[in-house]
Ligand binder design. Structure first.
Ligand code: ZN
Length: 388
């Protein structure tokens, strides 16, 4: 059965906030400590340290009197932090992700609890259980915006930089097959349009998002001019964090609508995998937001394809999709980024840059998935619902 996340806002009381702050702090500490450990072992001795070894060393670390404070919090999220790091590290070595980054206090804080780390009790209302975290004497006050469909296997509590708290539960759900459409599509991910499809449809990028983004950039410049640590700086920092949250929420809504639309419309969706697509190291705000948006979007397509019994294929092979003519396969030597339309010098076809790229992705998708049913081609990451 596919697993999905159900996310709710929750409102911790003063005591719970204190406890969560300690828990987040310890998770961050352990994650960074283990990341440094792994990094140095590899740099200095070419040695790879796995989860079991970090877990063993964590036990030692907790025995050290200078780290006694690590024993004041639940050990479950600390172990989960080691598991997350291990995953991130493996992904890096498989070159499907960049090198894991150290966690900073100013970013989103989180702690993940497996079943050992929380308790559920029936509240009398269906889908609204009483949830208590380890080391907490009182249950969490959760705003149940929709009922929880089944007992969760794990949960994550999050504090966003704007100070709001969320809890997300991992639950198993039934497949919900959507009608077959017998249509396949290649998609190109971009900045101006989040998605351009091989049949020529452009998603655009919501206008209100652009406005919020402009305002965010303005408020961030103001923040940079303030004296760091001053009362005004703190005030401005909260303002920026709130705006950030707003932009993120608007973007998430848009990406949800977009991914649902695609999964409804097509049986198979092909895209380039993000590491192939190239997460350009560019620190511009728009770019950073679109990078984050793409990973979120790919995640949505992947779980929705599984949930709704469709197929999402990420092509894990580099291919000059923008520069190659989708009609005759002629490949241009260069095609500067600002050239939005071009004419193939061999066959004379007029191309829109993005639509042509999406058409090539569809064609490559057909060749990599032509290995037959049940075979997972090495060049593609496939998410599908196996319910047919
Ligand atoms: Zn051509």
């Amino acid at each position: 059965m596919p697993t999905v996340r159900y996310r709710y806002r929750f409102y911790p009381n003063a005591k719970q906030r204190q406890m969560l702050a300690r828990q987040f702090g310890c998770v961050r500490y352990v994650y960074n400590w283990a990341l440094a450990l792994k990094r140095d072992a590899f740099r200095e001795r070419g040695e790879k340290i796995g989860y079991a070894e970090t877990d063993r060393r964590l036990t030692e670390l907790k025995r050290d009197p200078n780290h006694a404070w690590l024993r004041d919090v639940s050990s479950v999220p600390l172990q989960q932090a080691l598991r997350h790091l291990d995953k991130a590290y493996t992904a890096f070595f498989r070159s499907t992700a960049r090198f894991p980054r150290f966690k900073a206090k100013k970013h989103r804080q989180s702690a993940t609890y497996t079943r050992r780390g929380f308790s559920l009790r029936d509240s009398g209302v269906r889908g609204q259980p009483v949830v208590k975290l380890a080391r907490m004497s009182t249950p969490l006050k959760i705003r149940w915006s929709r009922p929880l469909p089944s007992a969760p296997s794990s949960l994550t509590v999050v504090q966003e930089p704007d100070g709001t708290y969320y809890i997300s539960f991992v639950v198993e759900v039934e497949h919900k097959p959507l009608p077959r459409t017998r249509r396949e599509v290649g998609i190109d991910l971009g900045v101006k349009d989040v998605v351009v499809t091989s049949d020529g449809w452009r998603s655009g990028n919501p206008k209100h998002l652009k406005r919020a983004l402009d305002r965010l950039a303005r408020e961030q410049r103001k923040l940079a001019r303030k004296q760091k640590g001053s009362a005004n700086w703190h005030k401005q920092r909260r303002k920026v964090a709130k705006l950030h949250a707003k932009v993120r929420n608007q973007r998430t809504d848009f990406l949800h609508q977009l991914s649902t639309r695609l999964v409804r419309r097509y049986d198979v969706i092909y895209a380039e995998s993000l590491c192939v697509r190239g997460m350009v190291k560019n620190h511009s705000l728009a770019r950073a937001i679109s990078d984050a948006g793409w990973s979120a979007f790919v995640g949505m397509l992947s779980y929705k394809a599984t949930l709704y019994c469709k197929r999402f294929v990420q092509i894990d092979r580099w291919y000059p999709s923008s520069k190659t003519c989708s009609r005759c396969n002629y490949t241009m030597e260069t095609l500067p980024l600002d050239v939005r339309a071009w004419v193939c010098p061999r066959c004379g076809e007029e191309h829109d840059r993005d639509i042509n790229a999406a058409q090539n992705i569809l064609a490559v998708g057909h060749t990599v998935s032509a290995c037959g049913d049940g075979v997972r081609p090495a060049l593609a990451l496939v998410s599908e619902g196996n319910c047919r």
